[in-house]
Design a protein around this ligand. Structure first.
Ligand code: PCD
Ligand SMILES: [Cu+]
Length: 800
């Protein structure tokens, strides 16, 4: 293993060390600073009037009574935003979304009007007093029904448009068709295949549920013409650009600050009507305006995830070698196409759905559809539809294994992309950077004694008196994270690079700023660790700042596990620029040539003369006070990093469940998660990320669901119904790892934070279905709640 660290190395607390999080000293003392903590003199409060119905024409809005409520200052509707051309706003997906409902409402809880008042209570009373008269229209909640010939037309604003931003539209409720792969080659693989399987599955609508809801404080200074907005954004620079474009205020006079964020999980990527209205209200009224949504508003209207109706097909040989994959998806995007994906990919990175397998021919097609539901389509702990893709392929491989009577571990091993095939070109267009799936699988199977688990299962199946059904889930996932090479990925035309600026002070401490923004991931700790190792400065004295567009270099933000792959690389390369300059200074100080110097932990020393050295601290002082002739003073650098490729973390997850035949309750007996994210910066933070992601995955698989009735009423949008596991429900997690560095990343690191979510969800389904596999069940849709599992037990005559 690793050689023991010297004292000097230990002092740095650099990469590879499980050092404690630097930010926690602040958080555990209640000194965090969230948007709702921001209170400005004269600040007003905004609250939103929301639609009680899913589809209706607005006949009349009467503000009179609301304006008489004590404390209410203003009521704004779409009519008031029209002169500013702000009643509709562009979405990340190239569509438009109503800021405030314009003549029609398209989903329940849609923003219809806003009330601005002296305090939050008055604003809420004002909301109650706004009178809106609706003329109800038939609601469309099923995307298949939305595509029927006579279906009600939802988006009248798009009437007659047969072209959308992603090509032809064949129905008024159709948004786009997106295809990847070679259809003819895939069809040919199926035509000649000895075995084929097909499975329909529905990945229900779920919602990221960060502790802190979304919100903003907008403050326009009419004297200076400057706009400052504190908001819960995972991408503050992008918000600045969009705000400047929409408002016409020069970007140099717009400052966006993401202060501490209480969890993002994709929920805080989009731009929401509440933000826009707070900004407009502040500009119009000349006072700061705060908007913070409540939990029901958060679960109802800011950014759902998934809602994919998927059909997968695999073609294979008799011994289980996969010959081809075909996938069809009907994607329910809700009322406006507001998916947060790189602009060119309306289905995100869904085409990673060939997974960890060497599949010669593949074709996938995704059709986006409008329905009367809230817009969103965010990457809930997932790099843009990767969760859906991994779910699909992992379910399909299980279905194939079942049909052929091959063990699910064995069939995976037979189809893995082999170590020597990397870099690997997938049939759907990705170049996987590195992986060693077979070694990881072996490690997991050995660790849990897989043959013994299967033997136990067989014995239990043979015993009709056994009160439980035992299931074993297994998943071998590959993710695509680190968006992304700007030749492939952009947001509204801005390439998805990221950035870092490091400034070393004369006394040898440093400040570093990045274009990303932590929401709990621990960037202040891990980023400092990278700099510590690269520059030989203790991570304790490296100050990391993110989220303020007036100080941080432009970056695309934190989501899609892109911070380590993209900003992490920028940090390393900025540090290396400083390192190169430091070498020049050290050579001058030691009166030798640069070539005679070697770097050791925290110093340059003269080769072969251990006592002749200059530490980075010495060099920092000299860089300001006695730089070599011809070299500018100071010790700082900026780097903008445009990655050459994505990174492809992977993992092998295994889960054992025991299902109570009497109640349908599923107990997770064991969950073993092996992750490979290449070079590991802070193993403890990684472990925390894995625990969090597995817990969120457990929540999605076992209980989270936002469903709608036939009228489009949203159900389950409170924490009474929406499943958020506490320590009581959460299973015990076992973690493990292998290390296969990324060959193109300067540190060899890949992203990791999404992997546990992406990988665990299909593992739970795989385990639950496995419990019923001997009875011919090939798939059951999530969530695997006790009631749903019990119904299945009863249908099979098993319920006690
Ligand atoms: N190799 C490696 C990798 C990584 N790491 C670490 O770990 C973490 C993470 O990372 P990443 O993977 O890169 O990621 P990011 O970018 O940073 O982040 C993001 C993610 O993250 C996660 N996690 C978390 N946590 C918390 N606490 N909170 C939150 O919110 C959250 N979110 C979630 C999500 S959802 Mo999306 O947005 O949906 O797309 S995406 C996401 C950081 O700290 C880092 O540094 C290390 O150490 N190493
Ligand atoms: Cu996703």
């Amino acid at each position: 293993m690793n050689a023991p660290l010297s004292d000097r190395e230990k002092a740095l607390m650099g990469m590879g060390e499980s050092r404690l999080r630097k930010e926690d000293a602040r958080f555990i003392q209640g000194k965090g600073n969230y948007v709702d903590d921001i209170k400005l003199p004269g600040m007003l409060h905004l609250d939103i009037v929301r639609a009680p119905v899913a589809h209706a024409r607005i006949k009349r809005i009467d503000k009179t009574a609301a304006l008489q409520v004590p404390g209410v200052i203003a009521v704004l509707t779409a009519e008031d935003l029209k002169p500013l051309k702000l009643h509709w706003m562009p979405t990340l997906a190239g569509d438009v979304a109503a800021v405030l409902a314009d003549e029609k409402v398209h989903f329940q809880m849609q923003e219809v009007a806003v009330v601005v008042a002296e305090d939050r209570y008055a604003a809420a009373d004002g909301v109650e007093a706004v009178e809106v008269e609706y003329d109800e229209l038939p609601a469309v909640v099923d995307p298949f029904a939305a595509l029927e010939p006579g279906a009600p037309v939802l988006r009248e604003d798009l009437a007659g448009k047969t072209e959308g931003p992603h090509g032809a539209r064949y129905h008024p409720n159709h948004i786009f068709t997106w295809e990847a792969g070679d259809k003819d080659a895939a069809d040919a693989a199926f035509a000649g295949a000895p075995v084929t399987v097909e499975q329909r599955m529905f990945y229900p609508r779920v919602h990221p549920c960060p502790l802190e809801t979304c919100g903003s404080v907008a403050s326009f200074d009419p004297v200076r013409g400057e706009l400052t907005v504190w908001l819960t954004s995972q991408a503050p620079h992008v918000v600045r650009t969009v705000v400047s474009m929409l408002s016409g205020i020069p970007e140099s006079k717009v400052r966006i600050v993401s202060p501490d964020i209480g969890g993002g999980f994709g929920n805080k990527v989009g731009i929401y009507p509440g933000y826009v209205c707070a900004i407009v209200a502040s500009i119009v009224l000349g006072r700061p305006v705060k908007w913070v949504e409540d939990r029901i508003e958060n679960l109802s209207s800011t950014a759902f995830a998934r809602d994919y109706h998927m059909t997968g097909e695999l073609a294979a040989t008799g011994d289980g070698r996969i010959l081809g994959l075909r996938v069809k998806v009907i994607a329910d995007h809700g009322a406006f196409d507001a998916c947060a994906d790189p602009s060119r990919y309306p289905a995100g990175m869904f085409h990673i759905c060939t997974g960890s397998y060497d599949i010669p021919a593949a074709y996938c097609r995704v059709d986006g559809v409008y329905t009367n539901k809230a817009p969103g389509g965010v990457a809930y702990r997932c790099s843009f539809r990767v969760t859906e893709a991994v779910y699909l392929i992992e379910r399909m491989v299980d279905v194939l294994a079942q049909k052929l009577g091959i063990d699910k571990a064995e069939i995976r091993a037979r189809n893995f992309i082999r170590r020597e095939q990397f870099p690997y070109q997938s049939a759907l267009g990705f170049e996987y950077d590195s992986g060693d799936y077979a070694a990881a699988l072996k490690k997991v199977l050995d660790a849990v004694d897989y043959p013994a688990l299967r033997a136990e299962q067989a014995a239990k199946r043979a015993d009709p008196g056994c009160p439980t059904l035992m299931g074993i889930g297994l998943v071998a996932f590959t993710e695509v994270v680190g968006a992304g090479p700007s030749k492939m990925c952009d947001i509204l035309g801005v390439g998805m690079f990221d950035s870092c600026e490091i400034r070393v002070h004369p006394t040898g401490s440093a400040i570093a700023r990045m274009g990303t923004i932590t929401q709990g991931q621990g960037h202040q700790t891990t980023y400092a660790q990278i700099i510590a190792t690269e520059l030989g400065i203790p991570s304790d004295v490296v100050q990391v700042e993110e989220g303020d567009t007036s100080t941080a270099p432009y970056g695309l933000g934190t989501y899609g596990s892109r911070s380590t792959p993209v900003a992490g690389a920028a940090i390393a390369l900025a540090a290396r620029k400083i390192h190169a300059k430091a070498r020049k200074i050290a050579a001058h100080m030691l009166e030798v040539s640069e070539a005679d110097l070697e770097w050791e932990i925290d110093r340059f020393k003269v080769r072969g003369a251990d006592d002749r050295f200059k530490t980075m601290k010495d060099i920092a002082w000299a860089s300001y006070n006695a730089p070599p002739p011809g070299l500018e003073p100071g010790l700082e650098a900026v780097h903008y990093y445009d990655p050459p490729n994505f990174t492809y973390p992977f993992g092998i997850y295994l889960c054992v469940v025991d299902i109570d035949k009497a109640t349908g309750e599923t107990a997770v007996r064991r969950f073993y998660a092996l992750d490979d994210c290449g070079t590991r910066i802070n193993p403890m933070i990684i472990e925390g990320q894995i625990h969090g992601g597995l817990t969120e995955g457990y929540a999605v698989a076992m209980g989270q669901l936002l469903s709608f009735d036939a009228q489009g009423n949203i159900q389950g949008n409170t924490l009474m119904d929406y499943f958020l596991p506490t320590a009581v429900e959460t299973p015990k997690w076992e973690t493990d790892h292998t290390v296969t560095p990324s060959p193109h990343h300067p540190l060899g690191a890949k992203g990791v934070a999404e992997s546990p979510h992406v990988g665990s969800i299909p593992t739970f389904t795989s385990a639950v279905v496995d419990a019923f596999a001997h009875l011919g069940v090939t798939h059951t849709d999530m969530p695997h709640t006790a009631f749903r599992v019990w119904k299945q037990l009863r249908e099979l005559g098993l319920a006690a």
